[in-house]
Design a protein around this ligand. Structure first.
Ligand code: XIL
Length: 377
């Protein structure tokens, strides 16, 4: 009698433990195999900007994050004019070739950043005074780059940051020499050089109403002339409180109503003080007078828990909105891999310790990562 009773009890115990180990096994498996790009694979691409050290494989720890978590890459600096064509017609493809090779090898969506941009331009370009010379340089630059990586670079930021904050066109050297037509010319040249690549207009502060209107006008102008443009890149160098979710949503809807893919191309969220109300990402702004000011760099050792929470909540809110509009958004790229390498440690004030990304200085995922990962659709 007692023997018969014991058998089912033992059986129940065995079954209980085997189901537990099954659960534990599954959780571990999820941790090992599951990544952000897999999680959002039916929603949008998930990317990172990678720097020269990463491209040259000098930072394997970052690369293992990139390979696991991302399915698209952008070169943080390596394809910019000052590095790739430092003298007229004198191209340096050493790093860019390796960048493209890395993307191809890992089956990633490869972004080219950026063909026509007033910052990080070669010196000779800033000294061009006439439209013929300027057009010649732009044509040669676009033909060479988009031609060399034809069928390999999937998306080009053709024109970067052409707008002022009020939505008018920036008085860049391109504008001063060629006039507003330089934007049309750049897109036409890019299409001709690689007809299959997606072509993007990219800028910061595109969730501010005046600048958003400026971008809409810029796109409509191209479309009215039947010039190909596939997407708008909202850079998304953001703060904890701005821009508001409402303004971000307005931009997603407005750009997608133009028939374009919406991309968040340079996402990072600064957690450091910004008392001068600086918004956006004009890289030539810097605030030397604040360098070394402890008030401007309140977390030099570590980010306190309450700030980690704030950052996680902000990322969660933003990604919830992205998911709501997953039919309109094609790509979300973070501007960097870990906090250690973020440009926001040195911009707009040099030498600060910022925490804008999903991975910390020890290459570990942060609460912000988890808050996005845990979102249900
Ligand atoms: C930044 C890079 O991250 C820095 O390393 C570099 O010193 C300056 O440029 N908008 C853009 C990016 O389109 O190319 C900029 O990248 C950040 C702002």
């Amino acid at each position: 009698m007692t023997k018969i009773k014991k058998i089912p009890i033992i059986l129940i115990i065995i079954l209980f433990f085997s189901s537990c180990s099954e659960k534990i096994y599954n959780i571990d498996k999820a941790k090992i195999n599951y990544s952000l790009s897999q999680k959002f694979e039916n929603d949008f691409l998930i990317g990172a900007a990678i720097n020269e050290d990463q491209i040259l494989k000098k930072d394997e720890k970052s690369l293992s994050i990139v390979q696991k978590e991302h399915n698209t890459i952008t070169p943080e600096n390596s394809l910019k004019w000052m590095f790739i064509e430092p003298n007229p017609g004198n191209f340096n493809f050493d790093v860019s070739d390796k960048y493209v090779e890395y993307g191809l090898k890992n089956n990633m969506h490869i972004v080219g950043h950026a063909l026509v941009w007033h910052s990080q331009l070669a010196d000779y370009m800033n000294n061009v005074k006439d439209s013929t010379t300027m057009y010649y340089h732009i044509k040669n630059h676009i033909n060479t780059l988009a031609g060399r990586y034809k069928g390999k670079i999937n998306t080009w930021d053709v024109v970067n940051e052409a707008l002022n904050e009020d939505g008018s066109l920036r008085q860049s050297v391109f504008f001063k020499t060629i006039g507003e037509g330089y934007i049309e010319e750049a897109f036409k040249l890019a299409e001709k050089a690689d007809p299959k690549a997606d072509l993007v207009y990219n800028d910061y502060n595109l969730c501010n109403s005046e600048k958003r209107e400026g971008a809409i006008n810029l796109v409509k102008n191209l479309q009215s002339k039947n010039i190909k443009i596939n997407g708008v890149g909202i850079q998304a160098h953001w703060q904890l409180n701005t821009p508001s979710l409402e303004e971000i949503e307005k931009s997603i809807i407005a750009f997608s109503q133009l028939g374009l893919k919406v991309m968040f191309t340079e996402l990072d969220i600064s957690v450091l003080p910004n008392p001068w109300e600086l918004e956006g990402a004009e890289i030539n702004q810097n605030f030397k007078k604040f360098e070394g000011d402890a008030k401007m760099n309140p977390y030099p050792k570590a980010l306190p828990d309450f700030m980690e929470e704030k950052l996680a909540k902000r990322y969660e809110d933003i990604f919830r909105l992205f998911l709501k509009h997953r039919d309109k958004i094609s790509r979300i790229t973070f501007w960097g891999v870990t906090d250690k390498h973020s440009w926001l440690n040195d911009w707009p004030i040099k030498g600060r310790t910022n925490y804008p990304l999903l991975f910390d200085r020890n290459y570990q995922s942060k609460k912000a990562y988890q808050s996005i990962f845990d979102l249900t659709k």
